[in-house]
Each structure stands twice: as structure tokens, then as C-alpha cells.
Design a binder for this molecule. Structure first.
Ligand code: NOJ
Length: 529
């Protein structure tokens, strides 16, 4: 989502920035064409390895509705959409959304139609713990998640639960949310309640969805609730607290539940591929810096051998902070104990991936980035190549080869961890004949298989999303679903798109056949599901 921001900035900086940047950008236009640098499509049928898992993903606020039912309290998205409705582009909200709170059986039926191995969904903190704390465990919330989990397990579909997908209880936000170090205890307590209630049946847990979006877009900008816009300060406080809170939940499971239940706990990073805008050393370094400042700052503390933030980020923020008159770095440091606590705190590498950007160095005095800010700390600018295929989302253009490069770099830099693709999908404006989405899945899955052929240890893939849902500040204007949802009818009817039939065939055959043309008349449930 920072792309929305980055893009706007880039438009203004396009007019102003210095000659070097202009030259870099021009070179990029010449060197990076439509298809990019990596061949990602092949004509033959390609198979997925034995044991590979297929799923789809959603998140509580985006699909559940039932916003104040059976004891649920207000969260930051309820608060934002109710107090400032037209911050959302169609002035909508998630009060009803897909009504999965009531229609969960139909959701599970769709999972069966697709033949899924797992379904990734998130738990609403304010539904389970209305005060935010474990003093009141809401029976209505426990029942809802028990019903959903049990319904899935009846058909052998594994639940994969995200504890936090952006819907903090509003009361906790009023206490500072992720900028308050006490969030480590709050989140740990919430996680313990969830493990206690559902851990006997749930074997895959994710602590936090997309830390970058939580902190950089919600605390450092106005692209997600709580729209704090605390650039270069609040966003960095959030980063540290979020990582320690994640580690707290991981250790609680590892120490108290793992031997009993044998499950796994990971985290779902969001990562874009940042391609240097030119072959110059300067832009190559700029792309590395931007990578460090955006998603490696979450990955390095957990996955590197040394732990802690990437050194380049620590150095840059410390230097800029001193120049700007701060008495200490705006990036709060970890203690040695915290470094050890966070390092290694993940059983699998959850990866949400959508798009790629071209990155250039931007130290121009006409730099449009605010001071202080992450963009100013990193001294970079970024943009999309104009030839790349568009989606309905302004931050998102289609670049399959970026997925290949991203997976390769994770393999090479972080010792080939087991990866779960926890999200990947395409947005358009709706319609059942979604050939654009079909093409997207085929090309991105091909790119993923390219990386796997070279050794990347990808074990699972979740399409975003099972069905259309509330797309945050874009409301219902951007559609990501394999199933279309009719928001004009109270039943929220779900209808499979062409991409649902194609995905079903991929899951059924465990193979990618680029020539497969589905018969889209009837969606059936195959035997065994
Ligand atoms: C990432 C988020 O996790 C999800 O909530 C969102 O809908 C998709 N990307 C698409 O933007």
C-alpha cells in the first residue's frame, strides 16, 4: 500500500529530481520490458511435488461481518469505518461484509468444491476477547471459531489461523496499540487463549499478517487503520514491539503447547521484489536499502544468524536521527536478550507476495519525501514500469518474474527456509469470466515452480482470496475472489469465477496445465471432499 503513497510522491519527484535519477529511470525503461528478464512460462504440464499443500486465504474483518454480534467489541476498523465512513473509497464497511459469521458452512462447501488441503483465516481479537484482555473470554467468539474449525475438519481441510490480521481491539489502540511496549504481554495473552481453546485441532498458526503493512502503512502513514501518520517515529516503535510480541506468541506455543499438540507457528511477511531501476551500482544499492527498510527489517531479526535489524538500516536511521537533532536513533534498539528471543522464532516463512517495483537512489535536495520518514531515511524512490499489466489496485502491477527473483533471494540469503505462500492473487473490478486472473495465477505459479526447480523449499500455496471481500480503504471496489460475492443481495450469494474452476483443476491434478479450458457450467464436489 505504500506504493499508493510512493507513487504519488514519485509523480511529484519526477518533475524535480536530478539528472542522475532521470538517466537511471530512462535506462530502466529501455532495459526492462514487458516480460522482464526471466522466462517464466512453459508449454508443458508442470507438476507440484508430492505433499505440496493448496489452500485459499481470507481475514476476519474482510469477510466475517457480525461486527457487534454475540459479545464482540469494536476494533480499529469498526471504529474507523463508523467514525469516518468515506475514508473508504465507496464509503462502505465490514459490518456485514461476506457475512461469513453466518455463512461459514457455505464457505466450507466452497473449500470442498475447490478440493483444498487447507484454509487460511484469521481470528478477530475483539470477538474472542472483547476487553482486549483475557479477563473475559467471549463464548460467542469461541463457538463461532469452533464451528468453523470443526466444519472444516469434518472434510479434512486443515485450518491455518492468523492471530492478527489488522483488527486490533479499539480499547487497546487507545492505549497506544503496537506503539506501546505492553502490547507484547497483551498479544501473548491473546495468543495463549487461542492456543488453549483451539490448539488441539489447529496445527498451523501465524502470529501476525504483514508486519510491514501494520507498522509502515498504519502507524507511519494513512493507508490503513489507525491512520496514525507518525512517520519515522511511531512506525519504528511499532516494528520493534511487533517483533517482540510475535516472538512472545511463538515461545508460548513452543514452550507450553508444542509437545502436546505438535503444531507449527510462523509469521506472514509481505514482500515485494525491488528491482534496481538501472544497472548502476547506485541503484543496485538503492534497491537493497529499500528491501532492508521495508521487509528485511522484519525478516532479518528472525531469520539471520546474527539477529537484529539489517545493519544498513540501523546505520542510516542513527545517522539521520543525529543530523536531525534527536538524542538517540528513532529506531528503538533491541536489547541483547531481545535479539536472542526474536532470532529463530518461526517454524516456517509465511510469504504474501503480489508485485514488483523499480527502485532508484533519490538524495536530491528536491526530494519530496517528508523528514523524518522511512523514505527519507532510505533515500530512495520507486515506481512501476508503465508497460507492466495493471490490476484494479493502484499499488499492484503484474510482474511474475519478480516472484521468481524474490523466492530465489530468500533461498540464497536466509538458508533456504521452508516457505508457505500465505497469499498471492489478483484484483479486478469483478465479473465471472476472469481470464486476467487465470493468466495471473498461471504465470505466478510458473514463476514459483521455476524457483522450486532451483531448490526453493516452497511447501504450500494460498490463493488470495477464496472470495471477494472488504479490501480495506478500497472497500468493495477491488475484487480478489475466486468466487464472486453479490453485495446487492442479503444472502451474499457466492458464484465461482472461471479462475475457481482453473484453480480446482490445479489442485485436483497437482499440476499446472497452461492449456486447460474449464467447463464452467456447474461446480461440483469431488469424492473425498
Ligand atoms: C494483503 C492483505 O493481507 C490482505 O488483507 C489484502 O486484502 C490483500 N493483500 C490484497 O491487498
Amino acid at each position: 500500500m505504500s506504493a499508493i503513497r510512493g507513487k504519488k510522491k514519485n509523480i511529484s519527484s519526477w518533475r524535480l529530481f536530478d539528472l542522475n535519477s532521470l538517466l537511471s529511470a530512462f535506462l530502466a525503461f529501455c532495459t526492462l520490458g514487458l516480460a522482464g528478464r526471466v522466462q517464466t512460462t512453459r508449454d508443458d504440464v508442470r507438476r507440484f511435488p508430492d505433499g505440496f499443500l493448496f489452500g485459499t486465504a481470507t481475514a476476519s474483518y474482510q469477510v466475517e461481518g457480525g461486527w457487534d454480534e454475540d459479545g464482540k467489541s469494536e476494533n480499529i476498523w469498526d471504529y474507523l469505518t463508523h467514525t469516518s465512513p468515506c475514508t473508504i473509497s465507496d464509503c462502505s464497511n465490514g459490518d456485514i461484509a461476506d457475512d461469513s459469521y453466518h455463512l461459514y458452512k457455505r464457505d466450507v462447501e466452497m473449500m470442498r468444491e475447490l478440493g483444498l488441503d487447507f484454509y487460511r483465516f484469521s481470528m478477530s481479537w475483539s470477538r474472542l476477547l472483547p476487553t482486549g484482555f483475557p479477563d473475559q473470554i467471549n463464548e460467542g467468539g469461541v463457538n463461532y471459531y469452533n464451528n468453523l474449525i470443526n466444519e472444516m475438519l469434518k472434510y479434512n481441510i486443515q485450518p491455518m489461523i492468523t492471530l492478527y490480521h489488522w483488527d486490533l481491539p479499539q480499547r487497546l489502540q487507545e492505549l497506544g496499540g503496537w506503539a506501546n511496549p505492553h502490547v507484547v504481554d497483551w498479544f501473548g495473552d491473546y495468543a495463549r487463549v487461542a492456543f488453549e481453546q483451539f490448539g488441539d485441532r489447529v496445527k498451523y498458526w501465524m502470529t501476525i499478517n504483514e508486519p510491514r503493512e501494520v507498522c509502515d502503512e498504519g502507524y507511519g502513514d494513512v493507508n490503513l487503520a489507525p491512520l496514525l501518520d507518525s512517520k519515522g517515529i511511531g512506525e519504528y516503535m511499532c516494528v520493534k514491539n511487533l517483533l517482540v510480541a510475535h516472538a512472545r506468541a511463538y515461545h508460548i506455543y513452543n514452550d507450553e503447547y508444542k509437545s502436546k499438540y505438535g503444531g507449527e507457528v510462523g509469521i506472514a511477511f509481505s514482500a515485494r521484489w525491488y528491482e534496481p531501476a538501472s544497472d548502476s551500482e547506485i541503484d543496485i544499492q538503492a534497491a537493497e536499502d529499500f528491501t532492508a527498510f521495508t521487509w528485511i527489517k522484519y525478516v532479518h531479526p528472525i531469520y539471520s544468524e546474527t539477529g537484529d535489524y539489517p545493519p544498513i538500516m540501523k546505520e542510516k536511521v542513527a545517522a539521520k536521527s543525529a543530523e536531525q537533532g534527536f538524542f538517540r536513533s528513532r529506531l528503538p534498539e533491541f536489547t541483547q536478550e531481545e535479539i536472542e528471543y526474536v532470532r529463530g522464532s518461526s517454524d516456517f516463512f509465511g510469504l504474501n507476495h503480489y508485485t514488483t517495483f523499480l527502485v532508484y537512489r533519490n538524495e536530491s535536495i528536491y526530494d519530496a519525501n517528508p523528514v523524518p520518514s522511512l523514505f527519507d531515511d532510505a533515500d530512495i524512490g520507486s515506481y512501476h514500469h508503465p508497460d507492466w499489466e495493471e490490476t484494479a489496485s493502484s499499488w499492484f502491477k503484474v510482474v511474475p518474474w519478480g516472484f521468481y527473483k524474490l523466492l530465489t533471494s530468500i533461498r540464497e540469503n536466509y538458508n533456504n527456509p521452508p516457505i508457505f505462500i500465505t497469499e498471492n492473487g489478483f484484483s479486478n473490478r469483478g465479473g465471472l469470466q476472469d481470464d486476467d486472473r487465470v493468466r495471473f495465477y498461471r504465470n505466478y505459479l510458473s514463476a514459483m515452480l521455476d524457483a522450486m526447480d532451483e531448490g526453493s523449499d516452497v511447501r504450500a500455496y494460498a490463493a488470495w482470496s477464496l472470495m471477494d471481500n472488504f479490501e480495506w480503504l478500497s472497500g468493495y471496489t477491488e475484487r480478489f475472489g475466486l468466487y464472486e460475492v453479490d453485495y446487492d443481495c442479503p444472502e451474499r450469494t457466492r458464484t465461482p469465477r472461471k479462475s475457481a474452476f482453473v484453480y480446482k483443476e490445479i489442485v485436483r491434478t497437482r499440476a499446472l496445465d497452461l492449456d486447460y479450458e474449464p467447463d464452467t457450467d456447474v461446480m461440483t464436489i469431488d469424492e473425498g471432499h
